[in-house]
Ligand binder design. Sequence first.
Ligand code: ATP
Length: 597
Amino acid sequence: MMSVGNDTLGGSNLKYIKLVEFYEKIEQTTKRLAMTDYLVRLFKETPKEIIDKVVYLTQGKIYPDFIELELGIAEKMAIRAIANATGATTKDVEEDFKKTGDLGLTAENFIKRKRQLTLFTKPLTVDYVYSVFDKIAKATGEGSQDLKIRLLSGLLTNAQPKEGKYIVRTVTGRLRLGIADMTILDALAMAFTGSKENRPLLERAYNLCSDLGEVAKAIAEGGLEGIKQFKIRVGRPIRPMLAQRLATPEEILEKLGGKAACEWKFDGERVQIHKDGSQVQLFSRRLENITEQYPDVQEYVREHIKANEVIIEGEIVAIDPETEELRPFQELMHRRRKYEIEKAIEMYPVNVYLFDLLYVDGEDYTTKPYTERRKRLKEIVEENHIKIAPAIVTSDVKEIEKFFEEAIENGCEGLMLKSVKPDSIYQAGARGWLWIKLKRSYQSKMVEPIDVVIVGAFAGKGKRAGTYGALLAAVYNKEKDVFETICKVGSGFTDEDLENLPKILEEYKIDHCHPRVISKLEPDFWFVPAKVIEIIGDELTLSPVHTCAWGIVKEEAGIAVRFPRFTGRWRDDKAPEDATSTQEIIDMYRAQLKTIT
Ligand code: ATP
């Protein structure tokens, strides 16, 4: 039960207005370091018992991503709540919303007007606001819409105008400050251990539990010791291990020490499967819970995995039901739905191709070498619609090439080459050199598509008036935790794409360059780095205007994509930090030089 203190609404003593002041500062910040400093200050002021809640709220969430509950207040509902709380009519609120385009601002306006008439309300605490958000998220079934509106309007009744602004933005999913997980980990390390140098320890804990709130609580309450205690738990997703890329089998073999396990690289949806007895949960690459989308996969796991408690990984791939031939990735997209799932299962059946084992019956396998993991995986799988990815272990380039062709012929994208050395552990959350991908399109020029984050846009002219002429695209620099621009992309968009772009990007608009974006160009619009798209170009070139890898391959120059085009693929399965990295671009640029000369 929520305790109601004497002078505040809520138990713990961090006032919600403090968080609001933090939001305001972040919105005005233009420097990444200042952003971290504000976070450190906020964390230091936060009572330990609510640090997890504060962490979620700084990212506009109330739970980690793998918990499926969402605040889910539609604009229509929020409008009614604002009206109820302020004595206005829904029509008035709608009118104002049309003018502001931001329901948060509208809420602020109406609360301001009402405040002039009322006398005194108790200050809100973070704890209290969180508890109401939690109730809103958990309300389901008949009458839940009304309940959600009542809860929200109750909260707004007690809110100061600017509190109302951020409450409404949070519940409608419009609080987008662009604070990355890594920025939060930096700030936690600085606030609770006095130094950023301890971030790797925090990162490890985060990789194992994928829950920043839990990591924050552990460091705040138990210090570094608490962090070192972290263990894998079935039901709590592990951040996936990722692969590097290189152009040729020779280079890859050299990198892996002369010998590699080569596995078919499937083009489907990555899945991390958690099985606890008969309970099965499925998590996507972004660790969202996708269990409900795949009742068929759940069944395959229950029937064909011969262990009680397991965490395994694989790729879900659409297949032809007659021949079991692999179908293209696009076909699997039909399975991304919440309704008529049974029909979709019938029309778009799938197989699962497993490639890793992370945990089985009490034993953590992430610290064991590849060969041991694979051996155990084979023991627990009874192959059916759930299979093990075909693999060979070899030191022979010719053999790799042959296996590669075979994979392509069978509808795969290429091969995933994996280290078989004794240190070939499962590196949760890392893109290390233990896995290296080899795709067909790696050739002299840049034929390989890359994933870029939209950070700005240029206004369209002539035929494109009213929409964008080009988007400013960036890649992610992991070391610096910033986004560096790599090109302006204006082609490859259909008329429909062009029409939709302003709508899709509207909610990310800000009036200055985001503190985590490094740009020399001044586009007409800036965005919080959030949306990822796939583009392809002719080649990578040196550039005096783009900031990607600035000064690394050449002084006073960055790297840019020449003739970039949108491939039509929105990468909503990727967070901005999952976009192609600066380091990958540098590697691609160097590989390109080698093959051209
Ligand atoms: P990434 O996941 O590396 O950020 P991406 O999503 O663009 O990049 P790719 O670069 O094409 O994907 O390749 C990595 C993905 O390949 C993995 O995340 C996984 O989903 C998939 N995959 C398919 N087969 C395998 C395999 N045998 N081993 C590991 N991953 C595989």
